[in-house]
Design a protein around this ligand. Structure first.
Ligand code: PLP
Ligand SMILES: N[C@@H](CCOP(=O)(O)O)C(=O)O
Length: 521
């Protein structure tokens, strides 16, 4: 068992002696009045959070809305059963209802009024979204809320709880691509460079904003709860704290990193450390939220998907609306793979692009129910008992969004791959050696890429995006274990342990000369 699991107390010790283009706004291309890019705060040299009249950015958004309300915009969204046949389905719910499951017990999906959105051409949406990047206009400075019409079109900007999440870095991983993968077009979408250090912020801003609205409507929501492997709980507690809403998090005891554990504690959440695994916590929170006025924040709640899907739209935007060939995503509870599919699909359906990328979902071999299902030719799904993995945030054996993931993969001609502990840790170390500092889950996704490159499925010139889902700084213990050669039955081929040396000139020179003679120029 990796030693990071043993971390529950901050007083752990280790063998390793490590020192303790913003875009130019494009004019909106149609006569529709769009409050896209009020530039009052940036054009008059006043601080971003206050206008020249002393209003804050929320006040300014309200004033803009009242003086110049949007014309001809009847955008709306509702819950429908996931993958229901639109021709026969009669079941739907307002987003202001508290409902997580369909009548038959299946998943729900947020369905947008596509015909209202289609009243505007793809070129309109592209220009509108592009015009909002790099601004502080409330709420469009967020990469999620810059697509508000496609996310929660009916929520008042006043109710939005946002840390201006999203707009994350999509960078060209030149050396990793060329050196380790013989490919020129490897890109990493760094969703972990975010407010709480993971992609969960994208969905949580949407969910907590809707909760804020529900509470103002006097709906019975005392607080918001989730089960978590560490990232959902961090995001939930931060957004709730920012809105003054109580949060309750169920964490599997001794199975998340110290950095993740401390996040909800610091943000004032009510933290339950439960003696079970994530699947056990998930079961408990589902039961609890059906009894108590605690709103369920896991991605079973389809509101989360609406925020997470914006990362896919961002990728297209960052490539100037050119579609990459492949997008590789690590999967656990499996909401995110569907969120990416949904974002890409909406862009195609609404004419922003003409195709979607092929999706790859990557799982840890120790927690691989989707992989096994895929390998069976989608014959029979069986939940598994997930074992310990360094990719601890995806240690999930009974994913709630299994149906969503299968749908996304089938619709995108997708593939599922898996990574052993050694493969994912080696991949992480290789990526880090090219200047990154990725999380083990991104190591899982990179392993999938390495396998697909080796088998020739992904070609040397294919433009490929690996989604990095969390910040590496949340998972330093795994890196310490690896670079200390401190993992049972793992060769740690790329370990780079520090060299202990006496504090005298001669010893230091000896060590350096040896290093220089061995290191290739
Ligand atoms: C860092 C990280 N990567 C990947 C995932 C997988 O996302 P999903 O559960 O949506 O499949 C999670 C959470 O499960 C995560 O926290
Ligand atoms: N990795 C997740 C697991 C729960 O995922 P969710 O997206 O279904 O809430 C976490 O960080 O808790």
């Amino acid at each position: 068992m990796p030693s990071s699991y043993l971390l529950q107390s901050p007083s752990f010790s280790t063998n390793l002696k490590l020192p303790s283009k913003p875009r130019t706004p494009t004019p909106t291309p149609c006569s529709l009045s769009v409050k896209a890019s009020s530039s009052s705060s940036s054009s008059n040299n006043t601080p971003a959070s206050t206008s020249s009249k002393g209003n804050n950015i929320r006040d300014e958004a309200r004033r803009q809305y009242l003086t110049n309300p949007p014309q001809n915009q009847n955008f709306s969204a509702k819950y429908v059963p996931f993958n229901a046949d639109p021709a026969t389905n009669t079941e739907s719910y307002s987003l202001d209802e508290i409902v997580y499951r369909s009548q038959s017990g299946g998943l729900l999906d947020v369905q947008h009024d596509i015909s209202a959105l289609k009243a505007f051409p793809g070129s309109y949406w592209r220009a509108l979204f592009d015009s909002r990047v790099g601004k502080t206009t409330w709420p469009y400075g967020s990469g999620v809320w810059s697509k508000k019409e496609w996310v929660l079109p009916e929520i008042s900007s006043d109710d939005i709880v946002s840390a201006f999440e999203g707009n994350s870095n999509l960078f060209w991983a030149e050396r990793l691509g060329k050196h380790f993968l013989e490919m020129n077009e490897l890109w990493v979408k760094h969703c972990g460079i975010s407010h709480t250090g993971s992609f969960k912020d994208l969905g949580m801003t949407v969910l907590v904003s809707q909760v804020n609205r529900l509470r103002k409507m006097n709906k019975p929501v005392f607080g918001v709860g989730c089960a978590s492997t560490g990232d959902t709980s961090a995001a939930l507690s931060a957004y709730c704290a920012s809105a003054g809403i109580p949060s309750i998090v169920f964490l599997p005891a001794n199975k998340i990193s110290i950095a993740q554990l401390v996040q909800p504690i610091a943000n004032g959440a009510f933290v339950l450390s439960v003696d079970t695994d994530f699947d056990g916590c998930m079961q408990l929170i589902r039961e609890v939220t059906s009894e108590l006025p605690i709103y369920l924040a896991n991605s079973l709640n389809s509101l989360r998907i609406e925020g997470q899907k914006t990362a896919a739209i961002e990728i297209l935007q960052q490539f100037d609306w050119e579609v990459p060939d492949w997008v590789i995503i690590p999967g656990g509870n499996l909401g995110n793979i569907y969120a990416f599919y949904k974002g890409f699909h909406m862009c195609k359906e609404l004419g922003l692009v003409d195709k979607i990328p092929r999706l790859v979902c990557a799982q840890a071999a120790n927690a691989n129910p989707l992989y096994l299902y895929y390998k069976s030719g989608w014959k029979e799904f069986k939940a598994v008992k997930a074992s310990g993995t360094f990719a601890s945030a995806i240690q999930i054996g009974d994913p709630v969004s299994i149906d969503r993931a299968v749908y996304a993969l089938k619709q995108s001609n997708g593939i599922v791959e898996e990574a052993t502990e050694e493969e994912l840790m080696d991949a992480m170390a290789q990526a880090d050696s090219t200047g990154m500092f990725i999380c083990p889950h991104t190591g899982v996704a990179l392993t999938a890429l390495m396998k697909l490159r080796k088998s020739g499925v992904i070609g040397p010139t294919d433009r490929t995006v690996v989604v990095s889902t969390a910040h590496g700084l949340k998972f330093t213990q795994s890196k310490i274990d690896y670079h200390s050669n401190n993992i049972k039955e793992m060769a740690c081929r790329f370990a780079n342990p520090p060299v202990s040396v006496k504090a005298d000139f001669g010893s230091v020179m000896d060590v350096l000369k040896k290093y220089l003679s061995k290191t290739p120029k």
